[in-house]
Design a protein around this ligand. Structure first.
Ligand code: GLN
Length: 400
């Protein structure tokens, strides 16, 4: 009922949420289900997770590990994370003081940003970027500052950035840089020289590196994954984010973590505790088992994805896409100019409805949608028969 003395009606929504849209990646999965399309949009495997870790999860539930774990993570899992960091990156860390287990690396990222950013801070992000980073920065009060990754001139080349443009993005308000290597969506694996350049800027401008390394083990063509934290001078200036989702094909488990120095970890733990209390306890126990799988597991994982990459890309090329060969992660960015559509969204809509294949429109990886208007991304973390079915449907594109 209107009250003559009342202020204008409240619209109930915070200004924060008005500054970003819903996830296009997740929306494309809904579209794929609606239209019965092959889902090469959202990056999740359609094949089973390793039996050992499923058994470990079942066993944990049966053993009644069904109550809250310690808020910052089950001891077994934190110990396993520390062991792995030592084995893969040569980094010694204290699992009691430097690890926070979260509900997926997604929560690890937002908890980290909430723990380190103040209003007015700037966060440097390479663009195209995994779409969560933009809203993550906004939710934490920080302003994203984008630096362009430029596509290679030919399909076999590397995505690169301009050193001068990167330097220009750093100044006294810069709090952090978000780095994702191996990179989603481009498949770029940052080289040591590139990481050293970023490291030098972090040191010069007193900036924190927040590195999303969720695709650490998914790497091809002899490329090497280097963790920023392993570089001289970065030990206490890096938050390393990782998780189980991609390495163990369990994206729905929501178990990820952030590794950082004690002071930063304390801040992340506070945010994490009040946001979610903790990640699922039995799945953390299964995580401890997963992180003890032998080295061959990881070799096989990368090889499996290389085979899938090399199965999908030729059919995309045949259908008329220009593909940029990914050196890591499980996505391929493509250019769609040959199809002469108005933009990537119109093309993705046509593809999901009329061709029966879901992809992610390129614009969702750019601040200005026009920059991605001639690109779409395909995920190839799928069974061979799923990729073959997609290839069969994509032939329709060539015919039309
Ligand atoms: N990283 C996945 C992708 O880019 C999806 C992650 C998610 O939807 N939470 O498709």
């Amino acid at each position: 009922m209107a009250d003559a003395t009342s202020a204008p009606p409240k619209h109930f929504l915070s200004a924060r949420v008005e500054h970003f849209t819903e996830s296009v990646i997740r929306e494309m999965t809904r579209q794929a289900m609606l239209h019965g399309a092959v889902n090469l949009a959202q990056g999740f495997p359609d094949f089973p997770a390793p039996p050992e870790i499923k058994q470990a999860a079942q066993h944990a539930v049966a053993r009644d590990i069904n109550q809250y774990a310690i808020t910052w993570g089950a001891k077994n899992l934190r110990n396993a994370i520390a062991r792995q960091m030592k084995a893969w990156q040569g980094i010694e860390l204290d699992p009691e003081k430097e690890v926070t287990v979260c509900c997926g690396s997604t929560e690890a990222m937002i908890s980290t940003l909430l723990a380190v950013c103040n209003a007015g801070d700037e966060v440097v992000i390479f663009e195209p970027f995994y779409e969560n980073y933009g809203p993550d920065a906004v939710l934490s009060g920080a302003k994203p500052k984008f630096v362009r990754l430029r596509p290679p001139a030919n399909a076999l080349g590397e995505w690169t950035f301009d050193e001068i443009e990167l330097r220009r993005a750093f100044h006294r308000h810069t709090k952090a840089i978000i780095l994702n290597t191996p990179n989603n969506p481009t498949g770029k694996v940052f080289t040591r020289a590139e990481l050293e350049l970023i490291r030098d800027l972090c040191l010069e401008f007193d900036v924190l590196a927040i590195t999303d390394e969720i695709y650490e083990h998914i790497i091809y063509d002899g490329r090497e994954h280097i963790s920023m934290v392993s570089l001289d001078g970065m030990r206490d200036r890096t938050v390393t984010i990782n998780g189980m989702s991609k390495t163990y094909s369990v994206t729905g488990w929501r178990v990820g973590w952030a590794v950082a120095s004690e002071k930063i970890t304390n801040a992340i733990r506070k945010v994490h505790d009040f946001l979610t209390v903790g990640a699922p306890a039995p799945l953390q126990e299964a995580g401890a088992t997963a992180l003890c799988l032998p080295p061959e597991y990881y070799t096989k994982l990368a090889k499996g994805y290389r085979i899938r990459r090399d199965r999908l890309i030729p059919s995309l090329i045949d259908a008329g896409f220009k593909c940029f060969l990914p050196r890591g992660a499980y996505y391929v960015m493509t250019e769609i100019s040959a199809f002469e559509f108005k933009d990537d969204v119109a093309f993705a809509e046509y593809l999901v409805r009329k061709v029966g294949v879901a992809c992610v429109p390129g614009s969702s990886f750019y601040r200005d949608p026009r920059d991605g208007a001639q690109q779409v991304r395909f995920a190839f973390c799928k069974k061979p028969e799923t990729l073959d079915e997609a290839a069969r449907r994509l032939e329709k594109l060539r015919q039309s």
